[in-house]
Design a protein around this ligand. Structure first.
Ligand SMILES: NC(=O)c1ccc[n+]([C@@H]2O[C@H](COP(=O)([O-])OP(=O)(O)OC[C@H]3O[C@@H](n4cnc5c(N)ncnc54)[C@H](OP(=O)(O)O)[C@@H]3O)[C@@H](O)[C@H]2O)c1
Length: 315
């Protein structure tokens, strides 16, 4: 495993990290096995949230991490009533502090490594979060030593051009941001990464496989072509060859589509690429991507040529 500096936090994080959004409720024993395989592979960074599986992600992660204090955990407070793009804002400093305290209890820790405001989805709600006491409450938690570093994550389904992060990063208010980069949503490479480097903000990449389902996403050639077809149907890509051809992604070989998807992200100067996996076997497949030079220059430039015009996430 290779490690990278996570911006101004100075943390040395594994370039592949584990997204704990799924699996804890469905099969806790398998989730714990996967977490132990993750640690065994040298991964030292895990992303979770109070809202994942209604707190069970944190609870089962807390069990799995007993005796592994060295593993860095990022968790999140969601100031909305759901994950939907039209969710209502429900943030308050009291709820944020209570949520962080609950996260500490479930994770069995006395300090959170990173606390993020979860899924900040518009400029209006960013302003609200910054001014209604929520941001100040995060800073206070950091001052008290209950949280080491603070940040926000975006909601790329509703903000494919990253307006929120483009405004938030230069304020200097955040140590870390969580953002979507994958080869079917490349916009942040030009619009957010340079700002993060300029302001020394750590970057945690989410949805490297486009938060795939088995039907559509970067989990197989068939699913990737289905995602391309959906982009064509929505007018985000032209309805003509090569986009309509079954050979469209053959240039990624010898890598599989998911491996190429992870290699695409790792080929950029990001802190860590956070991927969700439910089993240790899946993890082993993804460890193949940790092998510079990731993708060749011709493959990177072909991906740019084909897909950099996409500015909306489609799943
Ligand atoms: N707004 C936010 O803050 C936000 C939003 C979304 C995600 N996140 C975080 O980012 C993490 C990653 O995002 P994500 O899980 O939504 O999306 P993702 O990592 O892009 O995709 C995860 C899916 O890809 C599958 N997969 C992984 N490796 C594979 C491989 N080698 N071959 C085939 N399929 C593979 C997984 O299948 P299995 O489950 O079957 O293993 C899972 O269904 C999350 O876990 C979460 O921690 C944050």
């Amino acid at each position: 495993m290779r490690y990278r500096r996570l911006g101004r936090t100075g943390l040395n994080v594994s370039e592949l990290s584990f997204g704990a959004a799924r699996g804890a409720a469905q099969d806790p024993a398998q989730f714990i096995q996967t977490v132990h395989a993750v640690i065994g592979a040298g991964i030292n960074f895990i992303d979770t949230a109070e809202s994942y599986d209604d707190g069970l992600s944190e609870t089962v992660l807390g069990q799995a991490l007993v005796g592994h204090d060295e593993i860095l955990v990022e968790t999140k407070y969601r100031p909305y009533d759901s994950h939907a793009t039209d969710a209502h804002y429900t943030g308050s400093p009291q709820r944020l502090v209570a949520s962080a305290e609950e996260s500490l209890r479930r994770l069995r820790r006395d300090r959170l490594d990173i606390l993020l405001g979860h899924g900040i989805r518009s400029l209006a709600t960013l302003d609200r979060f910054m001014n209604d006491g929520c941001y100040d409450a995060m800073v206070k938690l950091r001052d008290q030593g209950k949280v080491r570093f603070i940040g926000i994550s975006e909601l790329s389904e509703g903000d494919g051009t990253h307006q929120v992060l483009q405004r938030a990063v230069p304020t200097g208010a955040f140590d870390v941001v969580m953002l979507t980069i994958n080869f079917l949503l490349q916009t942040a490479v030009e619009s957010v990464l340079p700002l993060c480097h300029q302001h020394d903000v750590g970057t945690v990449v989410m949805m490297p496989l486009n938060q795939a389902s088995k039907e559509s996403g970067l989990v197989s050639t068939t699913a990737a072509l289905e995602c391309v077809r959906r982009h064509v149907a929505e007018g985000n890509l032209p309805s003509r060859p090569p986009y309509t051809q079954a050979e469209l992604l053959d240039f990624l070989r010898p890598h599989s589509v998911p491996e190429a998807g992870l290699r695409y992200v790792l080929g950029h100067d990001v802190g860590t690429c956070c991927v969700g996996v439910r089993t240790a076997a899946r993890l082993q497949e993804n460890l193949r991507a940790v092998d510079p030079p990731y993708l060749g220059p011709a493959q990177m430039s072909r991906l740019r040529e084909l897909f950099s015009g996409i500015s909306r996430q489609v799943r």
